[in-house]
Design a protein around this ligand. Structure first.
Ligand code: ADP
Ligand code: MG
Length: 474
């Protein structure tokens, strides 16, 4: 394996030193933030938290992974009147998955305040349990615009006391056509409120919606350009018809442990995934048409290291909190240079160096030039011939995912699965990877070498002494 470190210049990015203790937060809030391992503020937090705490409207743009969730979560939690059981803060998100991520982050940050009630309201789930959880109003609502409106219309969600409204991933909500729903929500919430708008990119529509729903917002933008310093970016010009072949060459040469491959359309994502799988690469496609369960399965496999190549469109990939991405590969260049910079900003996070590889044909050269113009510096274009192609390299991920047809609703816990696998068997804990529990399903990653044995053990009814259906995901 080619070590990434040898490829890079020293990381010269300035380190943030802004400390959370410079903010007017309570001691227990600060202690909890620190216990989460958040030692210094990220740039977007440092620049937006003072404004949020002062109660002003905010329009904030920073790339995915820059800590936007904690920025608004810390701010709104600080302002809650915990003894008042009324909805005081509401966060609109584009998808259920992002709403779940946001809810989890708020819960973690709320640990220092007892009795904080947070409810997630998203579509694709039945109304009855949601209605039950709304019988007593929570402090905080997180959800998708459509379902939130449904509750507002039914009267189960009362927003007369709303103080803070957050639009998270606003660009993606607009991409997904939520403009009208957002405007309907705005009409039904108190006029006197604080509105926070967070976005990864800054298209014109964002400015427009901000004008429509905010009052004199403070504008905070964290440029993503400086990222270039810790991302090794290389372009390859190829002849038409050789895209897939080139991608395979790049994968064989660089052997990234995990890579996100961008295509411009869903169809291209699917086609590429099946081509790669035919050639023995364990690649999975993520695109807008997937059912939520399939989408969960793709993300589970990618994050637990049983799939190393994720193929996605911009819309499908936006907002996902994917850690440790070794490479971003542009199978097709985006026509928009800002989106390109955003794509590649996903590798090389958290002071780890990353790699961005882009493929283009001559007629797309103007896209490369647009990127150069945008970042005000030339890019590096290498020859394919400079790559050494190691033939017959098998490119298997380290792990395999087993799916168990029982989840949180069946009281399945990670410990039950780990216990079944390692108790009274020759399997050891270090051969078992990440365990993910969903409402009705659970997933466990196990090392390749023991996958058959693990499947056998779990199928024998050793989890909680009950029989569950187990299958291996491919
Ligand atoms: P964004 O919404 O900007 O895409 P997230 O809010 O999902 O980013 O944050 C990305 C990751 O960074 C999360 O895993 C979060 O726990 C972590 N994080 C947030 N703030 C800090 C901090 N101050 N220090 C360290 N890690 C942080
Ligand atoms: Mg986010």
């Amino acid at each position: 394996m080619l070590s990434c470190a040898t490829l890079f210049e020293a990381n010269t990015e300035p380190v943030t030193t802004a400390n959370f203790s410079s903010l007017p937060l309570r001691t227990e809030e600060l202690a909890n933030i620190q216990s989460l391992g958040y030692l210094t503020m990220t740039p977007i937090q440092a620049q937006s938290l003072p404004t949020i705490l002062e109660g002003k409207d905010l329009l904030a743009q920073a790339k995915t992974g820059s800590g936007k969730t904690a920025a608004f979560a810390i701010g709104l939690l600080h302002k809650l009147e915990i003894t008042t059981y009324k909805v005081q803060a509401m966060i609109l998100c584009p998808t259920r998955e992002l709403a779940d991520q946001v809810t989890n982050e708020i819960r973690r940050l709320a640990r220092s305040i007892s009795n904080t009630k947070i409810v997630t309201l998203c579509g694709g789930k039945s109304m009855a349990p949601q209605l039950a959880s709304m019988e007593h109003q929570p402090h905080i609502i997180v959800g998708t615009p459509g379902r939130i409106l449904k509750h507002m219309d039914k009267g189960s969600l009362k927003l007369n006391d709303l103080k803070i409204l957050v639009l998270d991933e606003a660009d993606r909500m607009l991409d997904m056509g939520f403009h009208e729903e957002i405007m309907r929500v705005i009409k039904m919430v108190p006029h006197k409120r604080q509105t926070l708008l967070f976005s990864a990119t800054y298209p014109n529509e964002i400015k427009k919606i901000s004008n429509a729903i905010q009052i004199n917002p403070i504008d905070v933008r964290i440029e993503s350009l400086h990222d270039d310093k810790k991302i090794r970016q290389i372009f390859y010009e190829i002849i038409p018809g050789e895209r897939t072949k080139t991608l395979i060459t790049l994968l064989r040469h660089y052997q990234p442990e995990s890579s996100l491959v961008f295509c411009n359309t869903k169809q291209q994502c699917q086609d590429l995934a099946s081509e790669l799988r035919q050639q023995d690469f364990h690649a999975l496609a993520l695109h807008g048409d997937l059912e939520q369960r399939d989408r969960d399965q793709v993300l589970v496999q990618f994050s637990n290291k049983s799939c190393s190549i994720l193929i996605a469109t911009d819309v499908a990939a936006r907002g996902l909190d994917i850690k440790e991405l070794h490479a971003v590969i542009n199978f097709e260049l985006s026509p928009d240079p800002e989106i390109h910079i955003h794509r590649i900003g996903r590798t090389g996070r958290a002071d780890k160096e990353g790699m961005a590889l882009s493929i283009f044909i001559r007629s797309e050269k103007f896209r490369v030039e647009a990127i150069e113009k945008y970042k005000k510096s030339p890019v590096k274009i290498n020859k394919l011939a400079s790559l050494s192609i190691k033939k017959n390299i098998k490119f298997y991920p380290k792990m395999v995912t087993l799916c168990i047809n029982a989840g949180r609703k069946d009281k399945m816990r990670a410990g039950d699965i780990l216990g079944a696998l390692t108790g009274n068997t020759e399997l050891t804990g270090d051969q078992i990877g990440k365990i993910d529990i969903f409402d009705k399903l659970a997933y466990v990653a196990v090392e390749h070498a023991i996958s058959r044995k693990a499947l056998e053990v779990l199928s024998e009814g050793k989890i909680k002494g009950r029989m569950f259906k187990i299958r291996r995901l491919r």
